[in-house]
Design a protein around this ligand. Structure first.
Ligand code: CTP
Length: 402
């Protein structure tokens, strides 16, 4: 339908980028990126009108985002009409604008397009050997200035290499090495590196990506104190295992894997180093301070747990109830003893959802007044319930009466 609409407006419309790569590789991907040969914003408005969506245009870059009623998001870009001079004495020629748009992209595997206009609907366009590179399992740049133009692509290269189990092309590796050595990573805003780093930490296996970044000396080029040594690697592996475990609970609660990995990465550092790295990555001071505060809460709760002489559920509950879920998961990943791991897992799967068999209202009925006494009694009932001493409403009321 969108192809027909484009056709009626005299535009050419293409599906591009990651979704086409993933279609060819038979991987699910729902991120729709479109390129319009014509005017992306005018087309986005027509598209939104036709399907009842909302447009957010970006006039400067001639891009737009259309949000469709079901919550689907479509990104549109404009392929501008451009001219380029062929080497030698040829006259200026008009190139396919789509081809030029694709030529500006990071790696060959991301440069395919699918035509959407009716007369060529479904035609796969592959100017730069993407299908060959997918067959050969290679991540290759399109030209030797790719990392100079955009050094954040170094991190993207590693992310795609490990995600798809591909290999970086030989030339691509040597271009990365030169760019790293030349310090190009310091030429772009830290925030862009942080964005790519966070993407890496959201991947299925960040450990392999971090190994590769370490091997390519990318981390130390970002900041001299950013390291991925054996100790941090082990923490990463445990965080990953804990996240697997948590996902299997299907609680649908949001946890940010990248945040847990940031805790692991910064654990051995002193606060000044954390702040200095945060600054290099363009993080706001408040965000870096939040990370430090989280780290402190994790340390504190582990210390308090370790000091318990007897592990009563109510005691453990009292220590864990103020920690955020992510902090708890991190502490769980860090604890060596099976007993502690068990405490964390029981807290996450059961204790934190525990509701005592009576409410404040029930206690008011039997003569409690709304004073601290009522709160204390409810807490005691909760603790006794967690410890298995109180099992039901009658037991709780008996306890309250005495
Ligand atoms: N791109 C680029 N250089 C960058 C970032 C992005 O050339 N620094 C291009 C890539 O070709 C990519 C497209 O812009 O295909 C869209 O970027 P993004 O959504 O980040 O990448 P995807 O390929 O969709 O990756 P993912 O599967 O992780 O979403």
């Amino acid at each position: 339908k969108s192809g027909e609409l484009a056709e009626s407006m005299g535009f050419n419309l293409f599906l591009v980028g990651g979704i086409v790569r993933d279609m060819v590789m038979r991987i699910e991907n729902l991120d729709v990126d479109l390129v319009v040969e014509g005017d992306g914003i005018i087309f986005a408005k027509a598209l939104a009108e036709a399907f009842g969506g909302k447009v957010s245009p970006h006039e400067k870059y001639k891009t737009a985002v259309v949000r469709l009623p079901g919550g689907r998001r479509i990104d549109l870009a404009t392929a501008r009409l451009e001219y380029y001079r062929m080497p030698g004495a040829f006259p200026e020629v008009e190139e396919s604008t789509l081809k030029l748009d694709l030529y500006r992209r990071d790696f060959t595997i991301n440069t395919m397009a699918v035509a959407l206009n009716p007369h060529r609907f479904g035609e796969l366009i592959d100017f730069f050997g993407a299908q060959r590179d997918i067959r050969e399992k290679k991540i290759r740049v399109l030209h030797s200035l790719s990392f100079v133009e955009d050094p954040s692509r170094i991190l993207r290269a590693v992310r795609f290499e490990k995600r798809f189990n591909f290999c970086l092309g030989k030339q691509t590796v040597s271009l990365i090495s030169s760019a790293v050595q030349a310090g190009f990573l310091r030429n772009i805003p830290g925030r862009r590196i942080f964005h790519e780093m966070r993407q890496i930490l959201q991947e299925e296996n960040p450990v392999r990506c971090m190994d590769r970044l370490h091997e390519l000396k990318v981390l130390e080029a970002i900041h001299p104190d950013l390291v991925f040594d054996e100790r941090i690697r082990e923490s990463f592996v445990s965080v990953r295992e804990t996240l697997f475990w948590f996902r299997l609970l299907y609680t649908h609660e949001k946890v940010r894997p990248w945040f847990l990995y940031c805790l692991a990465l910064t654990e051995p550092m002193n606060p000044e180093t954390v702040m200095s790295i945060a600054e290099a990555l363009g993080l706001r001071r408040e965000d870096a301070e939040m990370l430090l505060a989280s780290r402190e809460r994790v340390r504190e709760l582990m210390k308090r747990l370790a000091s318990l002489s007897e592990i009563l559920p109510s005691k453990a509950f009292g220590i864990l109830e103020d920690a955020a879920l992510e902090e708890m998961l991190y502490a769980m990943s860090r604890s060596r003893s099976a007993t502690f791991k068990k405490i964390f897992s029981t807290y996450v799967t059961s204790w934190r959802n525990y509701r005592p068999p009576v409410s404040g209202k029930d206690l008011l009925v039997i003569g409690f007044s709304q004073n601290p006494e009522l709160g204390r009694c409810l807490r005691e009932i909760r603790d006794q319930g967690l410890n298995g001493e109180i099992r039901d409403f009658a037991g709780a009321m008996d306890y309250a009466r005495t």
